[in-house]
Design a binder for this molecule. Sequence first.
Ligand SMILES: [Zn+2]
Length: 591
Amino acid sequence: MPARLSFHADATQGGSRRLLAAVEVQGPFPSGRLDLSFPRWIPGSYTLRDPVQYVDGIEATDESGQPLSWQRPDPHRLRVKVPKDAKHVRVQHEVMALEMTVRSTHLDDGHLHLMPPFTWYLPDNADWSSGADIHLHLPDHWAPFTQLHAKGTPTKGTHVFDAPDRDAFLDGIIEANAGPHRTWDVDGRPHVLNIWDSAGLPVSSAMIDRFVDDATKIIKEHHALFGVPTLDPYVTVLHLTDKMRGGLEHLGSQTSMMPRASMIDGEKALYRDLISLFSHEYLHQWNVKRLRPKVYLDYDLSKEVPSPLLWWFEGGTSWLGDLICLRSGAWTQEDWNEEFNLKVNRHLNRHGASHESLVESSESAWVHLYKRTAWSSERRINYYLEGEFAMMALDVELRRRTRGSRGLDDVMVEALRRHAVGSDDPGVDHRRLRQALTSMEGGRRLGGMLDELMTTRKAPPLEAILSNLGFELVAKDGGEDHDGWLGLGLQRRQGKVVVTTHLEGSPLRNHVDAGDEVVAINDRRITEVKHVKQALSECAGREVQVLTAREGGLRTCNVEALPAVDHRKMKIDGKGNVLWRRITASRQQDA
Ligand SMILES: [Zn+2]
């Protein structure tokens, strides 16, 4: 049996923001050296983040504490020179744990969020068959929350966890803090909720109760579809922040980050978003973690690893995640409509769909999705959003062909039955997902539709899909019929109204750039975003003069303002038909 790897972290100096980290590797070292690499990306977040940028103070020693010399063959790798008779090597460093996101290691005097691939060098060619121990030294009053199993009881503030293999190690985030937590069972599986507030502010315990109630409904609905996957605890780490939002999935846990106002009674839209995020990350236990692209069965974290299927995994999770909120009763139909309206308007304001397919968008996530520019909304799609509409199109078509009895959730269950991680034939690619779809009752002829949705530079016909469900899109009220429209995304920055993007069909597309200040329209000074709408009153179809500033100079142009009535925000209308009621019926009765 090869020796277990051993990883260490000391989080007791949170005020310094430095996490002390070390990896210990047992010999022998017949080559006279030990090579290690720092991961360049984090599973679930498909871009090179190079967390090694936060590493400092590297030291290598042997079993008697004698320093060993080391080099960096490149910025991500370490090569330690090791005497052939050395028994054991320890490589220690500090992580400047400043980055507060769901995917990074973050430490302060109130908490630790430890992301293994953001923390440690990994020995190259290591034998992981015996697994790894993780030794974590914490302040006395902090409790750890993790999907990893604890080994024994903590001694002198050091907790030890077991990662049975490399995948479990990379996926095994650990949150530690003194914040509120709850533990409860759903269908026999323990669920743990831990909340950390980024400013140390108190969290309403009535709102925690409400969240636990709604989460329980959602969990039961997931179980009705997929079954209870394991009796190991599921851990929800919730970070409440000033403004930041995000989520990251793990096999038995999630880190979700929401503005803290989402847990203030009465902030309906934010709370709805929190519930949606929880359901989305919960669903990833199956659609990403258990059903996984083949190329991610054994993550190569040293370089970009593109997959053409990210749209399936994110779009499908968003589509089904929100349906489950509705099916479970955690959401009303009105909640679902409100959330859908936000997505529809984001979709209608972007025009990347005629320039990029879902496959192109998935494969280029590494350079596009997480690196937005002013032109992203014109030339790129977001595969979460457009993938969701594609999944909706497929789901509705399958339901239509089977009078509602089969849907994409059944396809997901079938794909899991065939290709889940841990099965004889794990991992999926386009062909395997296509087979799961076409083997489904009603799905035999849908392979071509799947191919087309994935590969063509065209959005699915949203109005037709909605009409199959007994809905239509209608304009939201607001504004007068004769208002003018210039089609700019605007933001107020330091007292200036600045262009952030062009909306589809903007008459100013070739005259104004993102970053330009809008100074005046028809001689009316613009210092607030609402001034633009006021200046365009009664301007539909008329020429307007727009004064902008760029690079310290003024520019004037005259364009015809379009009728705002043609560019109103849209909303879903109607009660939904029998097909919609079949799609949104709880599956808990037939479980
Ligand atoms: Zn996701």
